[in-house]
Design a protein around this ligand. Structure first.
Ligand SMILES: [Ca+2]
Ligand SMILES: [Ca+2]
Length: 191
């Protein structure tokens, strides 16, 4: 699929293309009203934009395989679409730079969530359910300011948060307006 230039894959309805190798497609268009729930392979490379309909609950799932996947979604801009990442089994590495995720699930195995960039105002993942992730990696040079939901992360199995030695990387464990159960005692912060 696709070739040089900016190529668009437009969905007219819901579809599961997780078994399809999508190559050289830059844009996924879910703006059709019947296309609210699309699944593609998490190994899709080169994707820059996923666009849905304003006010709709459009969702795209990036599905990993049973192998140890190198999943790099850090170059994607989401417009009116929420993303879900399911890395499945294996020791997966997941790279992101967006807060547009409802769920990031590393699955079984020792999985790493790498924050490649938090932007100038930081990256706020408090609305993201993080589960099955064992390491949060903030060692990318631009990854300096990350906020996560304290109760979600404390229940998720995250064991290590790694920053860069000498850098001023900051992770904020944020509570909610509800009665949170927060246990960060098994998380190691390294830098
Ligand atoms: Ca996997
Ligand atoms: Ca895991």
């Amino acid at each position: 699929m696709g070739d040089s230039g900016t190529d668009t894959l437009a969905f007219a309805k819901n579809a599961d293309l997780s078994a399809v190798s999508i190559q050289n497609v830059e844009v996924i268009d879910m703006k059709a009203s019947a296309a609210s729930d699309v699944t593609i392979s998490a190994l899709t490379a080169g994707l820059t934009t996923v666009s849905g309909t304003s006010g709709a609950s459009d969702a795209i799932t990036f599905a990993g395989t049973s192998s140890s996947d190198a999943i790099d979604l850090s170059g994607i801009t989401f417009n009116n679409v929420k993303g879900t990442i399911t890395a499945a089994t294996g020791a997966d590495t997941i790279k992101i730079a967006s807060d547009a995720y409802t769920t990031i699930d590393g699955g079984s195995g020792s999985d790493t969530l790498t924050i490649t960039s938090t932007g100038s105002s930081g990256l706020d993942l408090t609305a993201t359910t993080i589960t099955g992730i064992e390491t949060i990696d903030m060692k990318a040079s631009a990854a300096t300011d990350l906020t996560v939901n304290a109760s979600i992360v404390s229940a998720s199995g995250v064991a290590t948060v790694a920053g860069t030695s000498g850098a001023s990387d900051i992770i904020t464990f944020a509570g909610t307006a509800s009665a949170d159960t927060i246990d960060l005692s098994s998380i190691t912060l390294t830098m």
